[in-house]
Design a protein. Structure first.
Length: 121
């Protein structure tokens, strides 16, 4: 355990004096500087609010741009899917036409109703 002489020689007294002086002077200095600091603090807060509002506007615009890009990409993907389905249907139609012996699509490709049955069409 440190002795009293060690604490006094180690700067304890000086630190204690600085702490007490600061505790007594801060309210006095703050009161004296309040007329100057208050307008400055208000200006800083106003600038912060303006920056925040501009940031919100910028983020809203960015969000709209992203939404537009997503919508355009979705439309392109749907168009590509539709085109691929159309190509697949065309290829399937060509394969069916070749398999039926060259008959035109929809002509002569109906199944035979079988013996003794009459087609109602």
């Amino acid at each position: 355990m440190p002795k009293m002489n060690d604490m006094l020689d180690g700067g304890f007294t000086r630190g204690l004096a600085v702490g007490v002086a600061a505790a007594l002077l801060v309210p006095v200095v703050a009161t004296a500087l309040a007329p100057v600091l208050r307008p400055a603090a208000r200006s800083v807060l106003k600038a912060g609010f303006r920056a925040y509002q501009r940031g919100q506007e910028a983020m809203a615009e960015f969000g709209e741009v992203v939404e537009d890009l997503v919508a355009e990409t979705d439309a392109e993907l749907k168009a590509e899917k539709t085109a691929a389905a159309g190509r697949a249907a065309a290829e399937t139609g060509e394969v069916a036409e070749a398999a039926s012996g060259g008959a035109a699509a929809g002509q002569g490709t109906e199944p035979d109703p079988g013996p003794g049955r009459v087609d109602a069409a």
